[in-house]
Design a protein around this ligand. Structure first.
Ligand SMILES: NC(=O)c1ccc[n+]([C@@H]2O[C@H](COP(=O)([O-])OP(=O)(O)OC[C@H]3O[C@@H](n4cnc5c(N)ncnc54)[C@H](OP(=O)(O)O)[C@@H]3O)[C@@H](O)[C@H]2O)c1
Length: 275
């Protein structure tokens, strides 16, 4: 039986991927911070042999990363598929967040992916089999969403997947790397990032199970990039091929265009306690 390790498995797309992989006969290692939710998921997933494993870890911390790295390096119980899914967006536009919040986004969306992939790949190359699925975003093709560290973090993830996944060493070993670029998907992501979704039209929404099924199908087909949904495939084509000046007017800019945000920031910087 093959083993897959899924980060961010307690909710949303990661949870859907865990279900889809369990249906395909994988034994799962479920990773996120919430051990209770992971235990409940492990008990609910179909199992065809060994029980699924729960590994609670905060991947924004070095300690959390190292614990998951050690599991990935355990050659006695190899992980054949690594799913780097856990990801967050900052709750406010860039200048308003404490710098630590911005760093946390990079710690999870970039550093954890880099470290876990680095831990998993040598074993996969030695065994001449394996896969890495990286959940990026349509935002990776930017601009699209301004004043946020989130799109650049996903651009890194896409570029990283293409760079490592298309390298000769990885391809010769038969190891597959796929970046998934979902559009708006109904999960806990937007409420966690305090993004109001009331005005988003229904046609823009994808279900987590659709994202998961498309991603796994494209990984199995050896595609480097997977884009769930025909509308989002067209949008991605436009984002890749249209000149930037034609795209910029359509970008979502959560920073306050009226300037009141700038005034609030200026007031904070010159508050009486700091004068
Ligand atoms: N939803 C969308 O519209 C959308 C669109 C494009 C791309 N994506 C990407 O899809 C991926 C999954 O997001 P989602 O939409 O499924 O969001 P979600 O429902 O909020 O799930 C996020 C998952 O990440 C885990 N997580 C958060 N912080 C973590 C940390 N510090 N350490 C370990 N795990 C952590 C959460 O579990 P715990 O809280 O238990 O730790 C949860 O399982 C993300 O990479 C996101 O960027 C989402």
């Amino acid at each position: 039986m093959s083993t897959a390790l899924v980060t961010g498995a307690s909710a949303g797309i990661g949870r859907a991927l865990a279900h889809a992989l369990a249906d395909r006969g994988y034994r799962l290692v479920l990773v996120s911070r919430d051990a209770g939710r992971l235990e409940a998921l492990a008990a609910a997933l179909p199992s065809s042999g060994l029980p699924h494993q729960v590994l609670a870890a905060d991947l924004t911390t070095m300690d959390g990363c190292r614990r998951v790295e050690r599991r990935l390096q355990d050659d006695a119980h190899p992980v054949e598929l690594l799913v780097n899914n856990a990801g967050i967006a900052p709750p406010q536009p860039f200048p308003r967040n404490p710098v630590e919040t911005e760093e946390t986004v990079l710690d999870l969306n970039v550093r954890a992916v880099l470290r876990l992939t680095h831990a998993a790949l040598p074993g996969m190359l030695a065994r001449h089999s394996g896969g890495v699925l990286n959940v990026a975003s349509v935002a990776a093709l930017g601009p699209g969403w301004l004043a946020s560290t989130y799109p650049p973090s996903k651009s890194w993830l896409l570029a990283f997947t293409e760079s490592v996944g298309r390298s000769r060493q990885v391809r010769r070993a038969g190891v597959r790397m796929t970046a998934v670029l979902p559009g708006y998907t109904r999960t806990e992501f937007h409420s966690r990032a305090r993004i109001s979704t009331g005005n988003f039209p229904a046609w823009m929404w994808l279900s987590p199970s659709r994202v998961a099924e498309t991603a796994l199908r494209d990984l199995e087909r050896g595609r480097t990039v997977s884009i769930p949904g025909t509308r989002y495939r067209l949008l991605c084509w436009a984002l890749k091929h249209l000149p930037r000046p034609a795209v910029l007017p359509w970008c979502w800019d959560p920073s306050d265009a009226t300037g009141s945000d700038d005034r609030a920031l200026a007031d904070e910087r010159h508050s009486p306690t700091e004068r």
